[in-house]
Design a protein around this ligand. Structure first.
Ligand SMILES: Nc1nc2c(c(=O)[nH]1)N[C@H]1C(S)=C(S)[C@@H](COP(=O)(O)OP(=O)(O)OC[C@H]3O[C@@H](n4cnc5c(N)ncnc54)[C@H](O)[C@@H]3O)O[C@H]1N2
Ligand code: MOO
Ligand SMILES: [Mg+2]
Length: 644
């Protein structure tokens, strides 16, 4: 877009919002996403109004914003339906000079993938002089979705309207590279040239295979065998861990902020613990050499007291656990080993007490630095800060520590058939489970993620979205679109468009065979891209095996991989041709010497219920001529994914 600050107008059209009987959520939501998105410059200038469903009121704002305020982009939300008072399209039609039907088609077509109700929307898009006006539906969800649908084209559209020639040329170059320079005509008449497709070769070494847009659609010419070697799981994990590097360090603001992070530097105690000789018992501070016998009592000294009591031979001082042992005393005798001899004031004052045991020097005293010496290293770089470590930090008075930064992580699903769980299912559609299981799995591992929605099966959309993700995140995790299907575009876009390095595109495992791992450079930073298989179990299992260890390594963990324990099969099983990660519930009855593994039923990689309650993945070996089945009682490795 042009270098000038973009002016955006957000106009909510709603009788109820304008008269205050309902809260406008859609307008403010559009403003928020425009601000957060970043595609419209650092700080777009946004004006906002809410008017009633009246043609004249709507027109007045559209005319003022386009002719006087010279807003570049006006987004209206509301009043586009079939109801009598829905008049936003009529008002818009009356002010625009030229229509932009492509935007309308894009919005309606894509919305129909989400809900058949999109048929009942009548948006109008077009421009008045140099202002682009776009009608969105009134609901927050609908308006946000429509915005996302047309967003990829908006910056270029605005440049064209503003005739910002430098940016237009730059954008053309970019489109040319994204689309691989196939001869096609862009909407305003410029032609791009062909580039030839390079030879297919070893995917791990020959990465730069620029692909044209048409190549993506040549279904008959697609490879009929995957060109990616199937790597053993351990080799694939090794590659991932080699690429996973810290994204930096930061100082925590306060003590509790450090919880769940990993230290980036060693921590030393400045003071000793305890900082004074402390009594271990409630009793009497004595001179050990006095031995047992009757003593006169001084004190008391309780915890936290600043006492100037001094114990002389023949005297003892009453003392509490945690109190400073007074000068002169070299032992503490617990109250249980004493007897009252004489008291006054009806028992309020102890005058003398009989010591019954033989005290030893140092008995029941913690000397200075007994627990922690001054200058001692109490925690090391790469230690995870759990509750014990937080207690240690508090003990040594360290309220701010240097920790590793958490990587910024984007989560996306892919697939034309995939839709949000809340919307009614259309023909051929399924609900997205992967985004939700992956986001929550990573959260339970202490990693915050950003839900970046569903990417449709189109090379353009995949490449646009990935470009956006690469600019904003350190790690991208997607699911789906990585196998042999004609619309499995991710690998092709990664290599052919984004110039990413695909480190592996298949792994010898079940589930998870087409797991793909790539890196791409953006602004000098290496971004990690995990394209997990679409099958719900495959996505979750591979997230455990590859994504979580990588994130842990980036976050500073010294042992990023999950623990592997031995377990005894509580069932018999036929082995698969691939090493299988069988979801299991491990339990450990007290009479058993190993945990017992029970199966979660059918292990089909589409059957998400096979993950239910699973706390481990049994690492079953691949079937061999001499080993086709494991019987009940066999001992196998189990990779822990939750607590036992
Ligand atoms: N000819 C071959 N076909 C397939 C192979 C193969 O080697 N040759 N591999 C199979 C294996 S193994 C797997 S795993 C899948 C992986 O396929 P993709 O990663 O390309 O994923 P999709 O085709 O997009 O989807 C697969 C399956 O999962 C459903 N899905 C996708 N996303 C989601 C989601 N977010 N939530 C819930 N379910 C989702 C999708 O509808 C498909 O049913 O490929 C095999 N094919
Ligand atoms: O490897 Mo796929 O993940 O079996 O279903
Ligand atoms: Mg597929």
């Amino acid at each position: 877009m042009s270098t000038q600050v973009l002016k955006v107008g957000v106009l909510t059209v709603s009788d109820r919002c304008s008269n205050g009987s309902a809260e406008d959520k859609s307008g403010p939501n559009l403003i928020r996403i425009i601000r957060e998105d970043g595609s419209f410059g650092e700080n777009p200038n946004i004006v906002y109004k809410c008017v009633a469903d009246e043609v004249d009121d709507i027109k007045a704002v559209l005319l003022d914003w386009s002719d006087n305020v010279k807003v570049h982009l006006i987004l209206t939300t509301g009043g586009t339906g079939f109801a009598a008072r829905d008049v936003t399209p009529e008002a818009t039609s009356q002010v625009i000079d030229r229509e932009a039907p492509g935007l309308v088609i894009a919005m309606i077509t894509k919305s129909l993938n989400v809900t058949p109700m999109a048929m009942l929307s009548r948006p109008v898009c077009g421009f008045r002089k140099q202002t682009l006006i776009v009608n969105f539906p009134g609901s927050m969800k609908g308006s946000q979705e429509c915005f996302e649908f047309i967003k990829p084209a908006l910056p270029h559209a605005l440049d064209l309207i503003q005739d910002s020639s430098e940016r237009v040329v730059a954008a053309h170059k970019e489109i040319q590279s994204v689309e691989g320079s196939v001869s096609h005509t862009c909407p305003h008449g410029r032609h791009h040239k062909h580039k030839t497709q390079e030879q297919m070769g070893d995917m791990r070494t020959d990465q730069k295979q620029t692909r044209s847009r048409e190549d993506f659609y040549k279904v008959a010419e697609r490879a009929r065998q995957s060109p990616f070697p199937m790597l053993p799981v351990q080799e694939a994990i090794k590659i991932v861990l080699e690429q996973a590097k810290s994204v930096g360090e930061e100082q925590t603001k306060n003590l509790l902020d450090a919880h769940g992070r990993v230290l980036a530097s060693d921590v030393y105690a400045t003071d000793p613990v305890p900082p004074f000789p402390a009594s271990i018992k409630d009793g009497y501070a004595v001179v050990a050499a006095d031995g047992p016998g009757k003593r006169s009592v001084i004190g008391p000294i309780t915890a936290g007291d600043m006492s100037d009591v001094r114990v002389k031979p023949g005297c003892i001082a009453r003392i509490s656990t945690g109190a400073v042992v007074p000068e002169g005393a070299d032992a503490v005798v617990q109250v249980e080993d004493t007897e009252l001899f004489q008291s006054s004031d009806e028992g309020a004052v102890e005058l003398s007490v009989k010591i019954l045991s033989e005290p030893k020097v140092g008995q029941d005293i913690r000397p200075v630095g007994f627990d922690i010496k001054a200058g001692e290293k109490v925690l090391s770089a790469n230690d995870y800060i759990g509750s014990a470590e937080l207690g240690i930090l508090a003990t040594v008075g360290c309220t701010s520590v240097k920790v590793y930064k958490s990587p910024l992580i984007a989560i996306c699903s892919t697939g034309n058939e995939v839709c949000d769980p809340g919307v009614p299912l259309g023909v051929g559609q399924i609900r997205d489970s992967n985004r939700f299981s992956i986001i929550s799995l990573l959260k339970s591992e202490g990693f915050e993620t950003v839900d970046m929605g569903i990417i449709r099966d189109s090379p353009d959309e995949v490449s646009m979205k990935f470009k956006e993700l690469l600019s904003k995140f350190d790690v991208i995790v997607t699911s789906g679109g990585v196998s042999m299907g004609e619309k499995d575009y991710l690998k092709g876009v990664l290599r052919g468009v984004l110039d990413a390095t695909i480190h592996f595109g298949r792994v010898f495992m079940k589930p998870g065979k087409p797991t793909t791992f790539a890196t791409a450079s953006f602004n000098g930073k290496t971004k990690l891209i995990f394209c997990l298989p679409g099958n719900p179990v495959s996505a979750v299992v591979t997230c455990h095996l590859f994504v979580i260890p990588a994130l842990r390594k980036m976050a500073g963990y010294s042992r990023p991989q999950a623990s592997i324990v031995k377990a005894k099969l509580g069932f018999g099983i036929n082995l698969d041709a691939r090493p299988e990660y069988h979801r299991t519930v491990l339990s450990w009855p007290s009479q058993e010497n190993l945990p017992i593994a029970s199966t979660t039923g059918s292990q089909c990689s589409s059957r998400i219920t096979s993950m239910r309650s699973a706390n481990a993945l049994l690492m079953l070996p691949p079937k061999q001529d001499n080993l086709k089945r494991l019987e009940i009682g066999s001992i196998v490795d189990a990779l822990m994914i939750h607590k036992l």
